[in-house]
Design a protein around this ligand. Sequence first.
Ligand code: UT7
Length: 333
Amino acid sequence: MRNARIAGTGRYLPDKVVTNHDLAKIMDTSDEWIRERTGIQERRFFAQGKDTTANMGTRAARMALENAGLQPKDIDFIIFATLSPDYNFPGSGVLVQEELGIREVGALDIRTQCTGFVYGLSIADQFIKTGMYNTVLVIGSEIHSSGLDLTTRGRAVSVLFGDGAGAAVLQATEDKERGILSTHLHSEGKYAEDLAVVDPGSSRDIPRVNVEMIEKGSVFPVMNGNHVFKHAVQRFPEVILESLHQNGYEPKDLDMLIPHQANLRISQFVQKTLGLSDEQVFNNIMRYGNTTAASIPIAMSEAWEQGKIKEGDLVCLAAFGSGFTWASALIRW
Ligand code: UT7
């Protein structure tokens, strides 16, 4: 069986920078509170009329293709991970197919929130391993800012999230030592409402949208922050070790851990638990906040550009979030 390797990565971040000080002007919060608890200093917000979840993904994809030395026409399949799609349906993947102007390849949207990119990578890996496709585009793209409660009522959630997109092009390789070594996917649905947007559009409500939802704020994300934090610091190390041990490695063998950028304190906790050095963990949440499905491909793209991951490196991607879902991928770059 052949392997799937990451041939190119790309990203797109909207131009508008929103600092913690900017948020403190519109809600009761402070730079100090946000930095201390999350490490976030600023995030990006999309430009209405210019950026969409799909076209940000397309821009990230174009960069990934260029880095891979490939053309849009080389893509056999598109996987699009997002919790903030352009439409309720259809998914955003089909829009990328159109924007790239390519033949009628399959386009699959997946919705596992913060773990969306790692789940997407796992799906792409299986398609390539079985020989069904040679080149698969995996995108994570999010516009959070239009769906956040940017008032004091929503501050516990809204200061965390930002907009952005990242992408990777996966290609088949006959080199068994290289590429995605394994992926590990998990979920625990009993905690579904601990980090969720319940309305509007919930299929159990008649009608699906009503004024009460807007008044009580159930159209905004809700999070049981302490609970999410406690589970995250347990599940991240677990799923990272699962990937390392399955392949006969220990944390010391890792060249780079790219954790989903949920909270710098979570990443630091994970780093300490696994005994990793600062050089072994990539963080950029300070500049972008939590971009859910986009955070790992944005980070991969920056780490590669900065020379922090190189060919031959052992790289682990790991994520935890809404669902709860958690996942990892171990890659020989
Ligand atoms: O991808 C997964 C996505 N989510 C996460 O990873 C989030 C995991 N959880 C966390 O990172 C943390 O729980 C938070 C950073 C979200 C919150 O930190 P915390 O230390 O758990 O704070 P808290 O929610 O217990 O709130 C502490 C205080 C409260 O005030 P009182 O009740 O002590 O008077 C909040 O009302 O801080 C208040 N508060 C804020 N103050 C200023 C909550 N949000 C804010 C805010 N600015 N933005």
